[in-house]
Design a protein around this ligand. Structure first.
Ligand SMILES: Cc1ncc(COP(=O)(O)O)c(C=O)c1O
Length: 396
């Protein structure tokens, strides 16, 4: 029997997602359940969003209480938690000023505008962006303009002008693009959609140096790799270099649609002014309650410490898969954002579909990588369960 939900979706939604033929009903911890009652071990976390796992009671209760009091008001007024949520984000990120958005794409959109506004105030004549090949920053016009995948950009050209793409982890290719018009360099410290590529310390340090020497702003996109996933609250913190602007979303709200861009006071002084930017829903009471509660739980439960404890086990078990199966060529990434690269003989789309049939959710990245981005509460027993399912699929 065709699920009526699936049928209605197929008949009524614009077809931009190739969905798997299951309809999800509820979740608990590391597991999701579909409308037929089947269980799925989730190593996808709704695209690295649900860091605290499903049905986190404390978060649910805080959100429910907020819904009963006030879940929206405009940014013409203050509300109880907008200041505190921003304060908490600044505290954990080391930034000074935050703007709340509803998504990661919008956060990047705002970051790019903020960088242009900085150059405009300073009258530097700078407006160009350097972005990375294989990067992914979202689907809005600005964000897609700096996304390093031709196929995502081409159908929508002409895009935002003045974007040039350098090779990730190749400082010379960045240096070759820098000129007196360069306004900002944007990068993910750990590329997600681009196939799980981790920046080298030399690259991150080198970008910082190029920016400092040339009056360019460094923007880190932490939408996917931020919020504990790599074993520090934000991935750039591991490298000992601080961006001027950073963007975040996904796990900061554990699934409540909220994102943010944040900047240092130095940038803020010369950047967005009243009337330059806005978002009707941005940082509404529900979103800010989510951010505040998520950070509170993260710190109390030492989620980052847990990631550092459990991630080496994921690494070890994935390395075993590389050893065991010829079709798996490489393990990539770090922390709880890792991937396996496959030889062309093993189409990853098929592996992914078989995983769903086996009750395992993972995510494809590019044509040849399977991504593992579980809720950050994952334990060794879940990793063992995932590996057993994967071994079964790869043995076929
Ligand atoms: C690194 C990165 N930036 C930006 C985005 C876009 O975020 P959103 O889909 O919330 O607009 C994503 C989404 O996957 C992402 O991984």
């Amino acid at each position: 029997m065709v699920n009526s939900n699936i049928q209605a979706a197929e008949e009524n939604l614009i077809h931009v997602y190739n969905r798997f033929p299951i309809a999800l009903d509820h979740g608990e911890g590391m597991y999701l359940y579909d409308t037929e009652g089947r269980e799925y071990l989730d190593f996808a976390a709704g695209f690295a969003v649900v860091g605290l796992g499903y049905n986190c009671r404390e978060l649910n209760d805080a959100l429910k209480a907020q819904i009963d009091r006030l879940y929206h008001t405009s940014n013409l007024y203050y509300h109880e938690s907008c200041g505190e949520a921003a304060q908490e984000l600044n505290r954990i990120s080391g930034m000074d000023r935050v703007f709340f958005t509803n998504s990661g794409g919008e956060a990047n959109e705002g970051a790019l505008k903020a960088a242009r506004r900085y150059a405009y105030t300073k009258q530097t004549g700078r407006y160009e962006f350097i972005a990375m090949e294989n990067s992914f920053h979202g689907r809005t016009f600005g964000a897609v303009s700096v996304t390093g995948h031709e196929e995502y950009r081409e159908p929508f050209e002409p895009l935002v002008p003045g974007v040039r793409f350098a090779k990730f982890n190749d400082l010379d290719s960045v240096k070759a693009l820098v000129n007196e018009k360069t306004c900002a360099i944007i990068l993910e410290p750990l590329q997600g959609e681009g196939g799980i590529n981790l920046a080298t310390p030399e690259f991150m340090e080198g970008i910082r140096k190029i920016c400092d020497e040339n009056g360019i702003l460094m923007i880190c996109d932490e939408v996917q790799c931020g919020m504990g996933r790599t074993g520090s609250m934000f991935a750039w913190q591991k490298f000992g270099v601080k961006p001027d602007i950073m963007t975040m979303a996904k796990a900061i709200g554990n699934g409540i649609p909220v994102g943010a861009f944040a900047m240092t006071e130095e940038v803020a002084q010369f950047s967005l002014k009243p009337g330059d930017h806005g978002a009707t829903y941005g940082g509404n009471p529900l979103a800010c309650t989510a951010v505040k509660k998520v950070i509170e739980i993260f710190e109390r439960e030492d989620i980052v410490g847990h990631v550092n404890k459990v991630a080496p086990y994921l690494t070890k078990r994935l390395d075993e898969i590389v050893e065991e199966f010829d079709c798996v060529t490489e393990r990539k990434g770090t922390g709880l954002m890792q991937g396996l690269a496959f030889a062309p003989s093993k189409p990853v789309a098929e592996v992914n579909s078989r995983a769903v049939e086996e009750g395992l959710l993972v995510i494809q990245a590019l044509q040849n990588v399977i991504r593992f981005v579980p809720p950050l509460i994952v334990e060794e027993k879940h990793i063992d369960e995932m590996i057993e399912k994967l071994r079964k699929i790869l043995s076929e």
